[in-house]
Design a protein around this ligand. Structure first.
Ligand code: COA
Ligand code: ZN
Length: 292
């Protein structure tokens, strides 16, 4: 199966950055990423500007990017207001987000898990009526900064609910980057009993240095082929203390190519997209780019 990469740098990356990045720079960044071969770009979030001021220009970014017809342009939507905003600029794919931890969900979106699921049922329904693709994130699916280890069963139950609502895929988020390869194996063993592979996306952060090993296990042992990553390894959730960046797209692509996966992303284009922002890359590959 061809690897499916969702580049989340413009959203997960920029939501956590102190520097102010101009709207023009974001647009240029996304346009460059659009030429790299990634399948999907998570462009921004239609959330409260008080929660994430860095992404308050979501409409303007969406209106001004050049859309490559081979790329799906998605965005996070937490509620009806966010959905309305997203539909007004013709977002291709609507991504809702909940968490497997009650405490984290309250801090992140001010809803219990159950409240968020009730809201998402309707958002997914309306999105589908508008012929939009849909995704649901389950954040803190392995560990929560407040509640510690999360039980596999909890993630499984939330995932089944979301699939019942008709969501196209579930992105399983290791928001604080603490999952070990064994944790990944344990969770996938439970999820894949009832859920088919094309519905599962993995979203790893590098905090404890295990993200790449986690991808390896998911790909080699379970044939998972959908991954989230960010150019330069930018990323992190402001509501999860200590969380670091996403797995870097260029590192992910490099490893997948080395282990024989079918992946068609141009590493040099990813690295040069990040240059537009003038932010230092956290990736390994950007340090040895001259040796490739
Ligand atoms: N877009 C823009 N503004 C929004 C909004 C949206 N989707 N949803 C709510 N707001 C505004 C409301 O208009 C209101 O504004 P006001 O204070 O000027 O009247 C304010 O935000 C509070 O609205 P309310 O509905 O009471 O929401 P809340 O305070 O319970 O916050 C969320 C809930 C979901 C809107 C907020 O927590 C949020 O945006 N979280 C996103 C977190 C995130 O993106 N995390 C990183 C991703 S993992
Ligand atoms: Zn993330």
């Amino acid at each position: 199966m061809k690897i499916y990469i969702t580049e989340v740098g413009p959203r997960d990356g920029l939501q956590n950055i102190k520097e102010i990045i101009s709207t023009e720079k974001k647009i240029e960044f996304i346009n460059k990423l659009s030429e790299s071969g990634v399948d999907e770009i998570e462009v921004s979030s239609f959330v409260s500007p008080k929660a994430i001021p860095q992404l308050s220009d979501a409409e303007e970014v969406f209106r001004n990017i050049n859309r490559n017809k081979n790329v799906i342009y998605s965005a996070l939507v937490p509620n009806e207001k966010g959905l309305e905003r997203a539909l007004s600029v013709n977002v291709d794919k609507i991504s809702v987000f909940t968490s497997a931890s009650e405490t984290f969900n309250l801090k992140n979106i001010n809803m219990t898990i159950e409240e968020s699921l009730n809201k998402f049922k309707n958002i997914i329904k309306i999105s589908k009526e508008h012929k939009k693709l849909t995704r649901a994130y389950i954040s803190t699916a392995f560990y929560c900064p407040y509640e510690g280890k999360i039980e596999e069963k909890k993630v499984f139950q939330i995932a089944l609910k979301l699939l019942e609502f008709g969501v196209d895929e579930i992105s399983i988020g290791d928001t604080i980057g603490k999952a070990s390869p064994d944790d990944v194996r344990n969770l996938l063993s439970v999820l894949l009993k009832e859920i088919s592979i094309e519905k599962i996306v993995l979203h790893f952060h590098v905090t404890y240095g295990m993200a790449m090993a986690n991808v390896y296990v998911a790909y080699k042992e379970f044939s998972i082929y959908k991954f989230d990553s960010s150019a330069g390894g930018l990323g992190g959730c402001p509501f999860a203390v200590g969380a670091r960046g996403n797995i870097a797209t260029e590192d992910l692509v490099y490893m997948l190519k080395r282990i024989g996966a079918n992946v068609n992303v141009d590493i040099l284009k990813i690295v040069s997209a990040l240059d537009i922002l003038g932010i230092e890359s956290q990736s390994y590959i950007s340090k040895v780019i001259n040796l490739l």
